[in-house]
Design a protein around this ligand. Structure first.
Ligand code: ADP
Length: 471
């Protein structure tokens, strides 16, 4: 079975968040199950694409309204990521260093989708399954089925995965002419609230829709940024499949980004060396428990609460806090301004730093995730794998993956997104940390939990198989 994953991000080529991690790992596991997955992404301009060995395998052109774009399709030769990678190069439009946040993102994403379709519409390039990820690729299932240009693809099954329903990529119907001619009776398939909504179009047009955790699927039926009723109506073709993690990349025994590698038997010394590096570099004290946060500094992640959580906890308890992230400028400024007051117990690193994130998973004692919305969340699974205890709000995938220690589980959970709740959880964590025997026993236990992709990769294969007609 040839599976084509269509995405904007793919680790390690271009990563902004969890989407990259999923698209960079799931195909690897699908390959290990004996299938033939490949990934197609835009040709981003970055260090990876500058260093990589690529070969041009196809040239074509697409029409975005009145503008024609020439595109080239490259295949990644090395490094070998464990699956085939294709990149679509469109000069000056797709080859940018920043993945998102351009004023012409709508044009960029539609051009990318048109080039993907142009290429796979050629019979020898046609996959058995087209698996689209998030709104940037949400028009593909519609265009495969209803346009008169890509008729070869009408019978090819499409799967659409919602990684985050907060972002829907809406555009005005003034731009309808970007979409090649289609059966006008089907215009409603593009529409949500009088706008073209690529996320809604993906949900309506794909043969199957998945989300990244079973609990998020349930939550979306009551809160999906306006798409609740659509998800309820389409419920029969929707399924929640829990994300996994790439246990090869995320392995404390071999992770090249750590100061000291460790395994179960060397957990104490290994983690101590990594914690020492963090404390030395960020002026923190190694004696105190270290609480960390990694992620986008946005309200969705509960990052707006961090400043108050910090003030309350640092004033009343003996802990260290380290934050890594970027996002909302107001939140960033507030977090930076607190640094002076708690100079030897708190540090915030504004920015994106892959290596530092690995060091934090390996050296912090607890990871804070006070999320309001968390479709799956990967951080808690990385934390568990590295022996860091997660403190999470029970929402989305966090509810599916973390069980409270009070219920025989291995994390610390709270139900509300309130400063008080998080601070109370921090107090529970401190009590746990003070009993070093129980704390280390718990660390050993969490490192053994299997959150790899093995089971979920098979669930996706079963889903694809349910769509493919026997030949
Ligand atoms: P998101 O909603 O942002 O996609 P996920 O939990 O699904 O959240 O995935 C987040 C991924 O991005 C994890 O691999 C996490 O370690 C990484 N990450 C987030 N922010 C940063 C940052 N500032 N620096 C390094 N890695 C980060």
């Amino acid at each position: 079975m040839n599976i084509l994953h269509v995405s904007i991000e793919c680790y390690p080529i271009a990563k902004v968040g969890g989407l990259a991690d999923v698209v960079g790992a799931l195909p690897k596991y699908q390959k290990s199950l004996g299938y033939n997955p490949s990934v197609i992404i835009p040709f981003h301009q970055n260090q990876f694409t500058r260093d990589a060995e690529l070969t041009k395998i196809h040239k074509g052109s697409i029409q975005l309204g009145e503008v024609s774009h020439l595109y080239s399709l490259y295949k990644l030769i090395s490094p070998d990521l464990g699956f085939t990678v294709y990149m679509i190069h469109v000069p000056r439009l797709l080859d940018r260093s920043k993945v998102y946040g351009h004023s012409d993102d709508t044009e960029r994403f539609i051009t990318f989708q048109l080039a993907v379709l142009d290429w796979i519409n050629i019979p020898e390039n046609m996959p058995d399954i087209v698996h689209c990820h998030d709104h940037h690729t949400g028009l593909i299932p519609f265009m495969m089925t209803y346009t008169t240009t890509y008729t070869n693809l009408q019978l090819t099954p499409s799967v659409f995965t919602i990684h985050n329903a907060q972002y829907q990529g809406q555009l005005s119907f003034n731009k309808l002419y970007y979409i090649p001619s289609f059966d006008r009776k089907k215009i409603g398939m593009l529409d949500w609230d009088h706008r073209i909504n690529p996320l809604a179009a993906g949900i309506k047009s794909a043969w199957k829709v998945t989300t990244v955790s079973p609990n998020y699927m349930k939550e979306l039926q009551v809160n999906a940024n306006g798409l609740e009723s659509l998800l309820r109506n389409e419920g029969k073709k929707c399924v929640g499949i829990l994300n996994g993690i790439d246990t090869e990349t995320w392995n404390p025994e071999t992770d090249p980004m750590l100061v000291k590698n460790y395994k179960l038997s060397t957990l104490v010394s290994g983690r101590k060396a990594n914690k020492k590096w963090l404390c030395d570099n960020f002026d923190l004290s190694i004696e105190k428990p270290l609480f960390a946060f990694i992620g986008r500094l946005v309200t969705e992640k509960g990052a707006d609460l961090l400043a108050d959580i910090l003030e309350e906890s640092l004033s009343n308890t003996g802990i260290n806090i380290l934050i890594l992230g970027s996002g909302n400028q107001e939140i960033e400024e507030k977090l930076k301004s607190l640094r002076e007051r708690f100079i030897d117990r708190y540090h915030v690193h504004i920015g994106y730093d892959e290596q530092l994130s690995h060091m934090i998973y390996a050296g912090a004692d607890f990871l804070l995730m006070p999320s309001r919305v968390e479709p799956c969340g990967l951080n808690q699974m990385y934390a568990l794998r590295y022996g860091t205890i997660p403190i999470v709000r029970r929402t989305g995938g966090l509810k599916d993956t973390v069980i409270d220690i009070g219920d025989g589980g291995f994390g610390i959970c709270h139900d509300q997104t309130m400063v008080w709740d998080v601070c109370y959880s921090i107090k529970r964590a401190i009590a746990l940390y003070q009993d070093q025997v129980a704390y280390k026993k718990l660390q050993r236990r969490i490192m053994k939990i299997d959150h790899s992709w093995h089971r979920s990769a098979q669930e996706y294969i079963d889903l694809y198989n349910s769509l493919i007609q026997p030949k």
